[in-house]
Write a protein that binds this ligand. Structure first.
Ligand code: SF4
Length: 475
């Protein structure tokens, strides 16, 4: 066990003694807020829930301190497991030596004064969090299949045009029940700017997400606000699909360099999304042009001389081609090793081109657990071996042990988790019906892009046709 992993377990032991065995500081100090639809969750694993407008009008900090979160905090203080945090309980039920996100976040956000503030106050006090992820709008130029029209205006337009996807039990992208709130007149954005002067005094990290933030007017307003009212303690992060015209990324580079050089912010980090490569990535993330993306990454890294992190959405179509992504990581690490300065991270061996490998939980048709374990485990073993063969903690062009640990827990979770027959049947039928309609709507072809999935696809097709037959005969 290395220093970093040992530190995470040590903090976990201390938190269990001082707070509870289920305490997670992220429930107080980390929040994601979707202003375009008035919802929030802490952290991003539990389902988002509505922000009550009547309470918000009295106190803008209700954007984060909702009644639902306050009751989850109380559960944790009593040593109970809030249902919404099943993602972590799944990992912790694998055994004590597995590192769940709860343990990682407790170690990352632990400060004695933060724990003291929680201990000294009632469970329902309103906290100004140290980490906020914010979405100002759902405007987006991509329509990734595993995403949702709530987060993507172009996916919303497609779903509005074609209607719900037929014959699927999950993720039929019915949009008849919601409308994204217009950025210009949004009361949640009004509450954000009311809360900002106070909350931003103690805010450590602000992460802008979307939709696609580079297409949102409020993103550029925030850059202006930071120019006029600097926050030198603030680390600004942004998620971007890096799939738009180069001029947007050039504008970002100018703003980042200006704010950093003036000391108006402490640091800037960019997060993009990628979990395979080439035409496979373009199939999963409709709207992506892989060459435009790689050029935009280059413009950003060379323009800001900054790290970039790639978030995987490890899903059913990633399993057979994740190796392509791992090879690209090593390729970029060697290209940019001398472009990005050494002293930007928390220690000298921080990777300059980073990635994280969280597994997708939903929608079901994209869930890796639908795959037959025996046939597909070798793909994960090959990747784990590749990471291990190219692992050297002291060489930042190679993989490190946390990246190995993260993929090991994903591989073990894949191998040890078996859905019941009903869920498998439902998911596999949805897989066939979803991608059949996906290809019809987007003029794509799953098997041309993923030929190795032919047997699995055929099995799902048989199950779907059988179900149709049963329905017809039941008449
Ligand atoms: S316990 Fe896990 S899922 Fe729940 S808030 Fe903490 S990190 Fe998130």
């Amino acid at each position: 066990m290395t220093e970093q992993v040992k530190h995470i377990h040590d903090i976990d032991g201390m938190m269990t003694d001082e707070m509870s065995p289920t305490f997670c500081i992220a429930k107080w100090h980390q929040t994601t807020i979707y202003l375009h639809r008035g919802e929030t969750h802490s952290c991003y694993h539990p389902h988002p829930h509505a922000i009550p407008m009547e309470k918000l009008q009295k106190d803008p900090s209700v954007l984060h301190n909702t009644p639902e979160k306050i009751s989850q905090r109380m559960e944790m203080l009593m040593g109970e497991r809030p249902d919404g945090c099943q993602y972590c309980w799944n990992v912790e039920d694998l055994g004590n030596d597995y590192v769940s996100d709860r343990k990682i976040r407790n170690a990352a956000s632990y400060k004695p004064e933060r724990l003291e503030e929680i201990k000294q106050n009632n469970y329902d006090f309103h906290v100004n969090p140290e980490y906020i992820e914010i979405a100002f709008s759902n405007e987006c130029n991509f329509k990734c299949g595993y995403c949702h029209p709530m987060h993507s205006s172009s996916f919303y337009q497609e779903a509005k045009k074609h209607g719900p996807v037929p014959n699927v039990k999950n993720h039929n992208v019915d949009v008849s029940w919601f409308e994204a709130i217009d950025e210009k007149t949004n009361p949640y954005i009004k509450a954000w700017w009311e809360w900002w002067p106070e909350m931003s005094k103690t805010l450590n990290i602000l992460r802008i997400t979307g939709g696609e933030p580079l297409l949102h007017k409020t993103t550029w307003k925030l850059f202006e606000e930071l120019r006029d009212n600097p926050r030198p303690h603030l680390e600004l992060n942004m998620n971007s699909n890096l799939g738009m015209s180069h001029r947007h990324v050039e504008k970002l580079v100018r703003n980042v360099n200006e704010l950093r050089d003036a000391g108006s912010i402490k640091k800037f980090k960019l997060f993009s999304s990628m979990e395979t490569w080439g035409s496979r990535a373009e199939y999963l993330r409709t709207g992506l042009d892989i060459n435009v993306w790689e050029r935009n990454q280059d413009i950003y890294v060379r323009g800001t001389k900054s790290h970039i992190s790639h978030m995987n959405t490890y899903n059913i179509l990633t399993v057979t081609s994740y190796m392509k992504f791992l090879h690209k990581i090593l390729e970029w690490r060697s290209i940019y090793e001398d472009v990005i300065p050494d002293n930007l991270g928390i220690h000298q061996h921080v990777r300059k081109i980073r990635f994280d490998s969280p597994y997708l939980k939903e929608p079901l048709m994209y869930d890796m657990h639908l795959l037959p374990k025996e046939e597909f485990t070798p793909y994960l073993d090959e990747c784990l071996q590749f990471i291990s063969d190219n692992m050297d903690n002291s060489d930042t062009t190679k993989f490190d042990d946390i990246e190995f640990e993260r993929f090991r827990r994903l591989r073990d979770y894949f191998v040890t988790t078996q859905y019941d027959d009903h869920r498998l049947l439902e998911g596999r039928i949805d897989f066939y019906n979803w991608f059949t309609e996906y290809d019809r709507r987007r003029n794509t072809n799953l098997l041309d892009t993923f030929p190795e999935m032919a047997d699995f696809h055929q099995m799902c097709k048989q199950l779907a046709l059988q179900q149709d037959n049963n329905i017809i005969h039941r008449g």
